[in-house]
Design a protein. Structure first.
Ligand code: 13P
Ligand code: SF4
Length: 347
């Protein structure tokens, strides 16, 4: 298990400081039954004491833990109250009546939660958990693009900073990007910053899509050759890909969709063997609910998501730090873009 990183100023906590006692085993037995197919017992003995302590403290704090589908199984099944794709996390954050929100995801997700819950404490267990897409574009880039394409509304992916969202007309996620683009009634739309998501949207709509050169450092690493190699090895293989993948990778897949849509696909179609072209914790997280499906697992991890660990979540709940804050002027504008996106889904 990862300890706190010394560079973010948080003291290192050794996993051995929390013992795996019979009480811990009893309190976490139900969770163990969900993860035993994907976690070795030795590893579980390190996680379980943290899970037990976090779940107790969470109640005392009236806190809710939101976890993205890419979180590790011990977080996803062990301590999260709400799990889902970026769209679900944004919506559920808006509905929460907890006093404290802990984001087991990356920084832009915590900012989105804060935008939708300005009066609540939003904790980000590791402030260094960023995103290559969010880092690919700045507010100044958006202003320049607006000057160049004054007729094109700006749709920004939620994988952006609050400052970038504030310069946008509306946000989108991979789960609603086509719907959002079509809701604007424009002939052409700037769909930023993910080049590959934008290209995938362009295949699903008649609206002309203009884009940017941002990429997800996880999804851009998959190749069509790799998929063909797996298909040669397993003739019953179903391949499902995330739209952040390059177009030539999506062209090799049987289905493309957001992480939630990928999960729904496996749950509903129950393929005997599936290859998920996305961050590798996804397969682990849904394996328990899909016992008849075998997951072929090439593993590419998101290094940002993996900065979040159980000891850091516990530390955040104990200290109520580090907190995510958004400049109030930026927040007003960014919130409008996120709320417009959520309203599209309600229509
Ligand atoms: P979704 O969960 O919205 O599909 O996004 C994937 C992703 O890469 C989030 O960082
Ligand atoms: Fe960003 Fe890609 Fe990691 Fe998602 S998986 S947080 S898009 S770098």
């Amino acid at each position: 298990m990862n300890a706190f990183s010394p560079e973010n100023g948080t003291p290192a906590v050794s996993a051995t400081e929390l013992p795996f006692t019979p009480e811990v085993a009893a309190a976490t037995a139900g969770i163990w039954s969900k993860v035993e197919r994907v976690l070795p017992a030795e590893e579980w003995h390190l996680h379980a004491p943290y899970i037990e302590r976090i779940n107790k403290l969470k109640k005392q704090r009236n806190a809710v833990i939101l976890a993205h589908n890419y979180q590790t199984p011990e977080i996803f099944h062990g301590v999260a109250d709400i799990v889902g794709d970026s769209l679900a996390l944004a919506k559920r954050a808006a509905e929460s009546d907890a006093d404290v929100i802990v984001m087991a995801g990356v920084h832009f997700m915590a900012e989105t939660a804060k935008l939708l819950n300005p009066s609540k404490i939003v904790l980000m267990p590791d402030m260094e958990a960023g995103c290559s897409l969010a880092e690919s574009i700045t507010p100044a880039d958006i202003r320049l693009l607006r000057e160049t394409y004054p007729d094109a509304p700006v749709v920004t992916y939620v994988n952006t900073s609050a400052a970038v969202k504030a310069e946008s007309d509306i946000c989108c996620t991979s789960g609603n990007a086509v719907e959002v683009v079509e809701s604007l009634g424009a002939e052409r739309v700037l769909c930023l910053p993910d080049e590959y998501l934008a290209k995938w949207v362009a295949t699903q709509t008649k609206v002309k899509i203009l884009t940017w050169k941002g990429h997800c450092e996880v999804h851009e690493r998959f190749t069509p050759e790799e998929i063909r190699r797996f298909r040669r090895a397993y003739d019953d293989l179903i391949v499902i890909a995330h739209p952040e993948c390059p177009p030539e990778v999506i062209a090799e897949a049987d289905f493309a969709g957001s992480t939630a849509k990928m999960i729904d696909y496996v749950r509903d179609a129950k393929p005997p063997r599936v290859l998920m072209i996305t961050e590798c914790s996804m397969s682990d997280n849904i394996a328990a609910a899909s016992p008849t499906t075998e997951f072929v697992r090439p593993c590419i991890m998101c290094p940002h998501m993996k900065k979040i660990t159980l000891p850091k979540i516990l530390h955040a709940l104990e200290t109520l730090e580090p907190r995510v804050e958004v400049d109030p002027e930026i927040a007003v504008k960014a919130r409008r873009a996120v709320e417009r996106m959520i309203a599209v889904g309600r229509k």
